[in-house]
Design a protein around this ligand. Structure first.
Ligand code: SF4
Length: 176
């Protein structure tokens, strides 16, 4: 019998932000998932501009396309957007935050990170993921328009560089 663990303690938005800050991000904001912008054009940047396309489980075409992501976001009302000192820090922060929220009963919590997965020397994309519990796609890899979504919260964002780079130290955890 599959017992779903419901939130033991509903954290306020402030408390959720405090949890994220305690895990090392420099800024965090709760956003309604309806404010997460998707774009079919995003995939072009992956397919015709990135060496990781088709090479990682956490990159297209392995990741949800825009339609899939639109359906997935329907199952969530809010997410927490985080900003770290460096894009390299985002992976550990969102993974820890996802885990913390799950221990608090937010069983749908799922993290999206900033940079392509580098957990393995060479990704075993033709067989199975070596660290599925830790491998997380980037926002861009899931069809999210990162500049629009981030600037929509009032944060500064560098549009001259491509997401999935050091210029975008942003991550997200879909909460509930
Ligand atoms: S953990 Fe390894 S196998 Fe999994 S996506 Fe990352 S690089 Fe690929």
């Amino acid at each position: 019998m599959n017992v779903q663990k419901l939130p033991q303690k509903i954290l306020s938005n402030w408390e959720l932000v405090d949890v994220a800050l305690s895990l090392g991000c420099i800024e965090a904001k709760i956003i309604p998932t309806k404010n997460i912008m998707l774009g079919n054009w995003v995939k072009l940047q992956c397919q015709y501009g990135c060496p990781h396309y088709g090479k990682l489980f956490t990159c297209p075409p392995c990741t949800p396309n825009t339609d899939d992501m639109s359906d997935i976001l329907m199952d969530y009302n809010q997410a927490i957007l985080i900003k770290a000192a460096s894009a390299k820090d985002v992976h550990q922060i969102v993974l820890s935050l996802e885990g913390r929220l799950k221990t608090l009963g937010h069983y749908k919590a799922f993290g999206l990170e900033a940079l392509p997965c580098d957990l393995c020397e060479a990704c075993t994309v033709d067989t199975e993921c070596q660290f599925p519990e830790a491998a997380r796609p980037t926002l861009q890899a899931c069809g999210i328009d990162v500049p629009q979504t981030v600037s929509g919260t009032g944060w500064e964002v560098a549009t001259e560089r491509s997401p999935c780079s050091e210029a975008y130290p942003f991550g997200m955890v879909l909460i509930n």
